[in-house]
Design a protein around this ligand. Structure first.
Ligand code: EPU
Length: 424
């Protein structure tokens, strides 16, 4: 298993171009399973979650061609055999493989999958997806290691779903399913994250009628004749936040290119309250360090357009360098403070109040240590901590980071960081 070795202390300077978002890529690539026509995707990030998903598509018989140098992926799901998904071990590696159930069930009336894996960041029940499928008339069978869904009739039993929480992937899964069934449905309390919006816009371009995109109520009229096309993935806002925090922390200056500011407004609000120095330019963000950073009395994660849970750990590292006491309230996941325990080992002063709340006291000098990635975002947070720590930091379990951060050590090295990947 490989790890990263970082010698801290270098200010990061230069430019970085943001690729398409992981959390848009996964549902949008799955939408290609709804049509026998070719779908071409632009701006696809070269990350292991995308590679794993494409491997699964290949296993079930889709024609897949990728050229990561030009960030292009082509998928033609003409002759796929949905039964092959039931034996795909690759599906087990990635929680987002559950997103294949919706399109395959819409197109073939049946789908079966190994219970999905993924990052261990709290109780993430499949019920938001499966209860909704059942409500529309699907039969769902769940065993400890398999999920099967069947939808033998062409029409919904009920023409509505009310989600108990605005789950991102459950909204996407139900939108994918509904877009491929020749009937009408209303989905209530849907997630409105930019990647959910991008998925719905793709489904609309394929031929489904969808209204309410960007709200908590989607109305969808699906069709059995969805078309292929060329689809561009939106840029990854979490990567923007990551590089922005890296610049502020290290006292450098990074110009971040290909930025969609609308999805970052709550991040910008919190970033500004710390006193960080940044300029919003057209499709770009410039972040300069050497500022005096202040603590934030309370920062609370929330569904879009609130502060994204996926930036909470990165921001937590910034708070270790802010003067005063900050309070983080992680409202979504109950296991997203693992990075704080690792940060403590590097000298940070933190107090875990409960699984959802923690205090961070700053500023504290961090010292290099051997630390672990507990999940994708916790792992990236440890890398940022290593960049400002005195001495050497090693970050293990970087397979988590590789799931969502394209060329992370290479990009950081281009910006002046002393970081290398060591293969064990
Ligand atoms: N939740 C609430 N209230 C809500 C919505 C969600 O409490 O209104 C809680 C639930 O308990 C739920 C948890 O938050 O279990 C996660 O929410 P959700 O179901 O929306 O998460 P997800 O669909 O499993 C996606 C992303 C995650 C991201 C979350 C939240 C993908 C493939 N995954 O997961 O991304 O953290 O939404 O935005 O889109 C990551 O990229 O590191 C990652 C984990």
């Amino acid at each position: 298993m490989s790890f990263f070795e970082i010698e801290g202390g270098n200010p990061l300077r230069g430019e970085v171009v943001i690729p398409g978002a992981k959390n848009a890529a996964l549902p949008m690539l799955c939408a290609s399973l709804l049509t026998p026509e070719k779908c071409v995707f632009k701006n696809v990030p070269e990350i292991s979650d995308v590679v794993t998903l494409l491997d699964i598509f290949d296993e079930i018989g889709a024609e897949v061609a990728h050229d990561f140098a030009s960030k292009t992926v082509e998928i033609t799901a003409k002759n796929i055999d949905p039964k092959k998904l039931a034996t795909s071990r690759a599906a087990k590696k990635m929680r987002a493989s559950i997103l294949m159930l919706g399109p395959l069930m819409a197109r073939y009336g049946v789908a079966e999958i190994f219970s999905p894996g993924g990052c261990v960041i709290g109780a993430r029940p499949n019920s938001a997806h499966l209860d909704a499928f059942e409500n529309l008339g699907a039969t769902v069978t769940e065993s400890p290691d398999k999920i099967s869904v069947t939808f033998p009739h062409e029409k919904f039993k009920n023409n509505w779903v009310l989600f108990s929480e605005a789950s991102v992937t459950a909204t996407e899964n139900l939108a994918l399913f509904s877009a491929g069934v020749a009937d009408e449905v209303d989905l209530f309390f849907t997630a409105a994250e930019p990647h959910v919006q991008a998925t719905c816009k793709m489904l609309r371009a394929m031929g489904a009628q969808i209204s309410g995109i960007g709200t908590h109520h989607l109305s969808i009229r699906g069709t059995k004749n969805l078309k292929g096309g060329i689809f561009e993935l939106p840029p990854d806002g979490i990567l923007v936040g990551t590089y922005a925090v890296a610049s502020a922390l290290t006292g450098g200056e990074i110009l971040i290119k290909n930025v969609d500011h609308t999805e970052l407004l709550s991040f910008y609000g919190a970033f500004k309250r710390t006193g960080a120095n940044f300029q919003i330019l057209k499709n770009e963000l410039k972040v300069s360090g050497n500022q005096k950073l202040r603590a934030i009395p309370k920062i609370q994660t929330a569904i879009y357009p609130g502060f994204p849970t996926d930036l909470q750990s990165l921001f937590g590292v910034l708070l270790t360098q802010c003067d005063g006491k900050s309070h983080i309230f992680e409202t979504l996941f109950e296991n997203r403070f693992t990075y704080l325990i690792e940060l403590e080992r590097m000298g940070a002063k933190v107090k875990l109040l409960n699984p959802h709340q923690a205090k961070i006291y700053g500023p504290t000098k961090l010292s290099g240590a051997n630390v672990q990635s507990w999940d994708l975002r916790a792992g990236a947070a440890m890398v940022l901590a290593g960049l400002i720590a005195e001495g050497k930091t090693t970050v293990s379990h970087v397979n988590y980071i590789d799931r969502g951060y394209e060329h992370f050590p290479e990009n950081l090295r281009n910006l002046g960081a002393d970081i290398r990947r060591i293969e064990k």
